[in-house]
Write a protein of this length. Structure first.
Length: 161
């Protein structure tokens, strides 16, 4: 069952990139504590819809999301941190978005937002969504159907801020 607005984000260990370039494990309880975070999830880094439509919108609107109250914009995928770092570099994300690698899909599963993509040779991934999380509590959640970027777009979640 998918997490619902008003519930706490499950405490799961993810991996991010420290400002010095090293990898760092971070618990979601610590990452979301005391912050308003716009979090978006993609089924996979370097996939066409994610690369051509979803991530670019968040790169373009990151500063606007922050001007509307987000302390952090973060992106997650069921990929390892090396893949997310390479994808963010290729997409010229810079420091606008924090990568949160969910390599084993633990976060997607704990959120109840897994996507079975085995029919496409991609295994179990995350559904495409965008959320507003305030001090660890889900305040808004917009989930898209596979292949779509509408409800989970940066412009759509901007309206929830």
């Amino acid at each position: 069952m998918a997490i619902k607005v008003g519930e706490r984000i499950p405490n799961v260990k993810l991996t991010t990139v420290h400002p010095d370039g090293s990898f760092e494990s971070v618990w979601t309880d610590d990452f979301f504590k005391g912050k308003k975070v716009v979090l978006f999830a993609v089924p996979g880094a370097f996939t066409s819809v994610c690369s051509d439509h979803h991530l670019p919108g968040f790169v373009e609107l990151a500063n606007h999301l922050k001007s509307r109250g987000a302390d952090v914009v973060a992106g997650t995928a069921v990929n390892d941190i090396e893949v997310l770092r390479a994808w963010f570099k290729q997409q010229e994300v810079g420091d606008k978005i924090v990568p949160l690698a969910d390599g084993n899909g633990d976060f997607a599963r704990a959120m109840g937002l897994e996507l079975d993509s085995r029919a496409f040779g991609m295994g179990i991934r995350s559904q495409r969504y965008a959320a507003v999380v305030e001090d660890g509590v889900l305040k808004a959640l917009n989930i898209d159907q596979p292949g779509e970027v509408a409800r989970s777009s940066a412009s759509a979640i901007l309206q929830a801020l």
